[in-house]
Design a protein around this ligand. Structure first.
Ligand code: NAD
Length: 484
């Protein structure tokens, strides 16, 4: 196994730098052992990064160039990630605990954002508004300036790419606050920016603790726009900081997303969707399929088939799981794994039944068995709270109204799913699901082109697709009185 560099620095104003808050140790979730150290930024480091971004913005270097040039640089960042995928995937796999093939998939996903938004850079066009004779009026779109991105640990590269690519494509200078868990691979984003020829200060990548470096970033008066992905409590704190400075904020928070299954559903397709929906990335996905609401006529068969699939998944170190298949890696930390396991114990006390799994593996590393709970009822904690682990809750329904009531019965509203051969039923249900995205007959259908974001406590604003471009620009209207 190749050595991972022992110490990783932050990248501020085009320079690799130590952190004034010292260093943190990054664990390998597959072994629980120390993997490397990461420089830790304090408020002064954050201030320097914001200053670098602000200076970059104020020189006008990003906005003066023709958008196609900016777009090419953004695309070049993605090309760099793909050209170095073997090295980056290894680091991501080791620091995040995910199978190597999943790490590679994440890098492809990140690169795709740079390709997609690089291509969009020259498509943002204003419009002219008729005001009658004597006037000429038009709108233009301008970047906010300094754009702050606070990134979680579950998909550090893909989620950073999701917001960094459109922010740069529209001409913003960016600061990315990487997660404390799994911050190492983000440094390749800085390398990619350098390789692409982006000016100094356009991309700053730093790691800091949420309550310190993170809070300093989102509360800074020179930040003009914020994008956050992570937990609800942190989201509330960040939205409050944004409100104090009167800057816009996009919040991508958690979920407790449900798929509804009718007896006419294609059960092979459903089982495949469950495999991806709850066991991909060991279930540490905001849009995970964490609840399966199954019609009583097909309930027993679905539970049996889904349980067989869960039993077939091998769990172990990601680095040994190089190819796509029925395998799963570790969870990110002992704390996340223990929290998920404790929720499983609580579910059993409340009367749910573990058909498969529910326990941590008796070996080093932060592993939890692929888990299916049956006999879950809507009021149980397991059915209401986000677990962020490989744990599926199966609930049963008789009437369509009941299925919708259960699906819409949590505080969240990120995504939802409908599995049926009846397109009328699918469309009627999709319209009534309280969620920002609905998958019909395939969980995670869609792509970087399709808008993504939450209802309710899942957040606000949309990432992905053309819609996300509007997060990063403000409209300016210019009205001209023509002189006679
Ligand atoms: P978190 O919200 O605590 O952290 C996410 C990011 O926000 C990290 O970079 C963290 O340093 C930063 N942060 C935290 N508090 C901050 C603050 N006050 N100001 C600025 N930045 C701050 O999430 P976590 O601890 O990494 O994970 C805990 C839970 O978050 C998970 O169990 C899950 O529910 C949720 N989560 C959701 C997503 C998602 O994609 N929606 C991703 C990861 C985690």
């Amino acid at each position: 196994m190749p050595e991972i560099k022992a110490y990783w620095q932050n990248y501020i104003g085009g320079t690799w730098t130590d952190g004034c808050a010292g260093r943190i140790v990054v664990d390998d979730p597959a072994t629980g052992e120390r993997l490397a150290e990461q420089a830790l930024a304090d408020a002064a480091d954050v201030d320097r990064a914001i200053h670098a971004a602000k200076t970059c913005h104020e020189t006008g270097v990003l906005t003066a160039m023709r958008p196609v040039e900016r777009g090419r640089m953004v695309r070049a960042m993605g090309d760099y990630l793909l050209a170095n995928i073997d090295i980056i995937a290894e680091v991501l796999c080791r620091e995040a605990g995910k199978p190597l093939w999943e790490a590679r998939l994440e890098i492809h996903g990140a690169a795709r954002y740079f390709e997609y938004y690089g291509n969009q850079a020259e498509t943002l066009e204003g419009r002219s508004i008729p005001l009658g004779e004597g006037y000429y009026d038009f709108t233009t779109y301008e970047p906010y300036g300094v754009s702050a991105h606070v990134i979680p640990w579950n998909y550090p590269l893909e989620i950073a790419g999701r917001s960094l690519a459109p922010a740069l494509a529209t001409g913003n200078a960016c600061i990315v606050k990487t997660p404390e868990l799994g911050p190492l691979s983000s440094s390749y984003l800085a390398e990619a920016a350098e390789h692409a020829g982006l000016p100094r200060g356009a991309v700053n990548i730093l790691c800091g603790l949420g309550g310190e470096g993170g809070a300093a970033l989102v509360g800074h008066r020179d930040v003009n726009q914020i994008v956050f992905t992570g937990s609800v409590p942190a989201g509330i704190s960040i939205a409050s900081a944004a409100a104090r400075n009167v800057v816009p904020c996009v919040l991508e928070l958690g979920g407790k997303s449900a798929a509804i299954v009718w007896p006419d559903a294609d059960l092979d397709a459903l089982v495949s969707s469950v495999r991806w929906g709850i066991f991909f990335n060991a279930g540490q996905i905001c849009s995970a399929m964490s609840r399966l609401i199954v019609h009583e006529d097909v309930h027993d068969e679905v539970v049996e088939r889904v349980a067989d699939m869960a039993r077939s998944i091998s769990v172990g170190p990601g680095i040994d799981r190089r190819n796509y298949g029925p395998n799963m890696g570790a969870m990110i930390s002992a704390a996340q794994r223990d929290r998920a396991e404790a929720m499983c114990r609580e579910a059993e006390r409340q009367g749910a039944c573990a058909v498969v799994g529910g326990r941590k593996l008796n070996q080093p590393g932060y592993f939890l068995e692929p888990t299916i709970f049956d006999s879950v009822t809507p009021e149980m904690t397991l059915a209401r709270d986000e677990i962020f682990g490989p744990v599926l809750s199966v609930l049963r329904f008789g009437r369509d109204e009941e299925a919708l009531r259960i699906a819409n019965g949590t505080d969240f509203g990120l995504v939802g799913g409908v599995f049926t051969a009846d397109i009328t039923r699918a469309m009627k249900t999709a319209a009534r699901l309280r969620a920002g995205q609905v998958f019909v007959n395939e969980w995670f259908a869609g792509g970087v082109e399709t808008p993504f974001g939450g209802y309710g406590k899942s957040g606000y604003g949309r990432e992905k697709g053309r819609e996300a471009l509007w997060n990063y620009v403000q409209t300016k209207n210019i009205a001209i009185a023509l002189q006679s």
